[in-house]
Design a binder for this molecule. Structure first.
Ligand SMILES: Cc1cc2nc3c(=O)[nH]c(=O)nc-3n(C[C@H](O)[C@H](O)[C@H](O)COP(=O)(O)OP(=O)(O)OC[C@H]3O[C@@H](n4cnc5c(N)ncnc54)[C@H](O)[C@@H]3O)c2cc1C
Length: 436
């Protein structure tokens, strides 16, 4: 008979590791399955918005994050061609750390997964979930490793799909196929040492056919990440014959933005360019009877121009864990899950719906040369950039110290500051999870 768990989490990115940690802390038996060995680099701008720093504290890894992450991001800039506009980033009121900070995904994801393991989640790594079936109130998940022939089956009452959105869904009947189009987006990321970007500044890059961002993160390293349309990528590669795609993109960014040229002058790339794509921002099903609950990018992906994917992954995991835990007894007895799914979907839409729409609008503006006509307006009112960060969710509180609360499991005994953090959250569901 296959090993049985209360919950099985597919993928140990931000969403999966957060959900595994929360459920393990609440006393669920949890398996978390991750196909890649950690630490691993990942395409991402690596900015962690301020509300998530409060959540990392709740998870008991606030101090570790503090020790590693780059400087507080207090200012935003728009770099477009030779132009540059700057503004203040909004503060998260009442937070110990009112601004976001950047931390490489090889460190952040490892911190979170180690925390989930420390709270009791059983880590299957490097294993891939290659199939999910629902039978008699159980999900049967087939796992395989890259070593030929090695496979096993695990059963769980609840499955959380946190596999992201850049690889095939483990429960898909067949690989989704989309016709290739000129507007398909490809994402790139590289890190640089000795770059000349002011710490604490977060430039957003706007160029014909794409957008991007730069930030100084842990160890003073610069992260440069961008999304670029297929047709622009093709043209960039044609302009740099014989070069790998990443180098062609680097050259394009330098040509397109004076701010990038300045930042990379004298910088040294550390590690290769990474790429993924095509990426498909938008909403996906939050639950199906067979595949279970989706969280993070598997549930929905905002255009990365706002850098809110980590927020949606972490905060979505808090929302989902809260809804699951409030129906724990029924779920673990194999009851239907559609009622929990409806509540989670409502929380999700309320929390993230607007973020998806604003991100799509900003992405469209940044990538259109004609939108440069708006630059004089931004020069006149740079506060519009600050307003963009506010509507994009940067200071929407996810959790903040207040009220009476004690974490239920080992999280209650996390480091001194976290141990007695009293938590209320913007969402009633998260409030319930915290036991208020
Ligand atoms: C260019 C770019 C810049 C970005 N910049 C930012 C930013 O600055 N700030 C921000 O907040 N967000 C940013 N994002 C978004 C952010 O990277 C994502 O939203 C975030 O990584 C989603 O987390 P996740 O846990 O849902 O998925 P992922 O981080 O993708 O994790 C999924 C995990 O599942 C594993 N997996 C996949 N399939 C399986 C399987 N079958 N079995 C087992 N394991 C599996 C994968 O190996 C992976 O580790 C950016 C995105 C892009 C493209």
């Amino acid at each position: 008979m296959s090993a049985r768990y209360d919950a099985l989490v597919i993928g140990a990115g931000i969403a999966g590791a957060t959900a595994a940690a929360l459920l393990a802390d609440a006393g669920w038996s949890v398996a978390i399955v991750e196909k890649r060995a950690f630490p691993r680099r990942k395409v991402c701008g690596e900015c962690v918005a301020a509300p998530n720093i409060a959540l990392l504290e709740v998870l008991g890894i606030g101090a570790a994050f503090d020790a590693l992450a780059g400087p507080p991001l207090e200012r935003v800039a728009l770099y477009a061609g030779e132009d540059e506009v700057r503004a203040a980033l909004p503060r998260l009121r009442g937070a110990r750390m009112p601004w976001g900070r950047a931390l490489g995904r090889e460190r952040l994801d490892t911190l979170l997964l180690d925390r989930a393991a420390g709270l009791g989640a059983k880590v299957w790594q490097p294993w891939s979930v290659v199939g999910v079936a629902r039978r008699d109130g159980w999900h049967e998940c087939t796992l395989a490793t890259s070593r030929a022939g090695e496979a096993t089956t695990l059963a769980a009452r609840v499955v959380i799909d946190a596999h992201g959105s850049w690889e095939p869904a483990p429960a898909a009947d067949s690989r989704e196929r989309f016709p290739a189009g000129a507007a398909d987006l490809f994402a790139f990321k590289a890190n640089f040492a000795h770059a000349a970007l002011e710490p604490g500044l977060l430039p957003v890059l706007a160029f014909d056919g794409g957008y991007g961002g730069m930030v100084v993160g842990d160890g003073g390293a610069l992260t440069l990440a961008c999304c670029i349309r297929r047709d622009r990528l093709r043209a960039a590669r044609a302009a740099a014959p014989g070069f790998p795609a990443g180098l062609a993109v680097e050259a394009l960014l330098e040509r397109s933005c004076r701010g990038v040229r300045r930042a990379l002058d004298g910088a040294r790339r550390t590690g290769p360019w990474l790429s993924v794509g095509p990426i498909r921002p938008g909403r996906r099903p939050l639950w199906t009877e067979r595949a279970g609950f989706a969280v993070g990018n598997a549930a929905g992906e905002a255009h990365p121009i706002l850098g809110e994917g980590i927020s949606m992954a972490m905060q979505g995991a808090f929302l989902l864990s809260a809804r699951l835990d409030e129906r724990r007894a029924a779920l673990l007895a194999g009851a239907p899950q559609d009622d929990v799914a409806r509540r989670y979907a409502r929380d999700w839409r309320r929390t993230f719906g607007a973020r998806l729409r604003w991100a799509a609008l900003f992405a469209a503006l940044a990538a259109r040369p004609r939108a440069r006509a708006l630059l004089p307006l931004l020069r006149l009112w740079p506060g519009l950039l600050t307003a963009g960060a506010i509507v994009g969710g940067k200071v929407r509180p996810a959790a903040r110290p207040a009220g009476a609360h004690r974490a239920r499991g080992p999280l209650a005994r996390a480091d001194g500051r976290d141990a007695h953090a009293k938590v209320t959250t913007a969402s009633a569901a998260a409030l319930r999870w915290r036991g208020n």
